[in-house]
Design a protein around this ligand. Structure first.
Ligand code: ADP
Ligand code: MG
Length: 317
């Protein structure tokens, strides 16, 4: 049976360029440029809660890092270093090889060095800590929204949740829709370039992990403000647009989660700069409503108020 050390060596050791000392000692050592702050965040993925136990390990590897990279994007930080704590129910080398291939594909795509971690025996559980750098004082925090700001989202919302509902056989999707939605569920694309470019344009930002309404609510409570948003303006898969009245589709778009798009606020005067950024990044950026003074979140569909019964995913609700 392979030892813990040979597993780490075989599947998790890589050469790192952004550190002074990497995997193999009691701790890694890295430096940050002067004038920069370290942004740090942890996200855990648990089998049965965040993914099905039989999910392809490549996707689990990709997603466990991607959801963390997304938190750096949401702060306007550049992701650079990560640690990986993993509990494995058994040593399955084929599984580990695919997991690490997916993890490092994401690491390479976003220039992240794996610089340490921990490997233990236990129910499948993956916890990644990511660290990045951001110019001092320039991070995109949740508390900066101002009354009258536009509310924007990147990309389209709902695909990952529709993919999940399709796997659960709760909704019928065409083969083409299934392909797009499952791809978005398994391999979210964190919006790092957008987050970095939003510094100076956005007043607040969050990544949509638990669902648009839940995550926008975090901006609202941190900024002590409300919002009016228009479901008919929220970008979704084009072929789903006419199905937005169906409860399951509406739920997926507004509260499905797992989108890893950015939701941000900006004053109206920045709107043309944001549209130019959208062209430059080839990424749709859509204004879906406005921040209001009244500290409540209102959702409208074709100008009519919509009753909202659930904001999004809450692990303890
Ligand atoms: P220690 O007993 O000092 O905590 P470990 O034996 O846990 O050290 O780990 C040895 C080295 O391997 C350390 O540098 C640690 O950061 C790294 N490491 C352990 N598990 C992983 C992993 N899953 N991914 C990346 N690095 C790991
Ligand atoms: Mg250890």
């Amino acid at each position: 049976m392979a030892s813990e050390f040979s597993l780490i060596q075989k599947y998790f050791n890589q050469t790192s360029s952004q550190v002074d000392l990497s995997i193999g000692d009691d701790a890694a050592l890295f430096r940050v440029k002067s004038g920069y702050q370290v942004a740090i965040s942890t996200d855990m993925l648990v089998a049965g809660t965040h993914f099905f136990e039989d999910c392809a390990p490549y996707y689990i590897g990709w997603k466990s890092l991607a959801v963390n990279v997304s938190d750096m994007a949401a702060m306007g930080a550049k992701p650079k270093w990560a640690t990986l704590a993993i509990a494995l129910p058994e040593v399955n080398e084929a599984w580990l090889a695919e997991f690490s291939r997916g993890f490092f594909a994401c690491a390479e795509a976003f220039n992240v060095d794996l610089i340490g971690g921990d490997t233990t025996h236990g129910p499948l559980n993956i916890s990644v800590t990511i660290m990045g750098e951001v110019e001092t004082g320039k991070a995109l925090v949740r508390s900066g929204a101002k009354a009258g700001d536009d509310i924007w989202i990147s990309g389209v919302l709902g695909n990952a949740a529709l993919g999940l509902q399709c796997l659960l056989k709760n909704i019928d999707l065409t083969e083409a829709e299934q392909e797009i939605c499952l791809q978005d569920l398994y391999m979210p694309q964190p919006r790092v370039s957008l987050g970095l470019a939003l510094s100076g344009l956005a007043t607040s930002c969050i990544d949509v992990s638990d669902g648009l309404l839940a995550d926008l609510s975090h901006i609202l409570s941190a900024s002590k403000l409300g919002a009016d948003i228009h479901l008919d303006q929220v970008a979704c898969l084009p072929t789903m647009k006419h199905r937005l009245q169906e409860a399951i589709v509406k739920q997926a778009v507004l509260a499905g989660g797992d989108d890893y798009e950015l939701c941000f606020t900006a004053p109206a005067k920045n709107s043309s700069a944001i549209q130019a950024l959208s062209e430059q990044l080839s990424l749709p950026l859509t204004c879906i409503g406005k921040i209001t003074k009244d500290s409540t979140l209102h959702v409208f569909y074709e100008k009519q108020p919509l009753a909202i019964n659930t904001l999004g995913y809450d692990h303890f609700a």
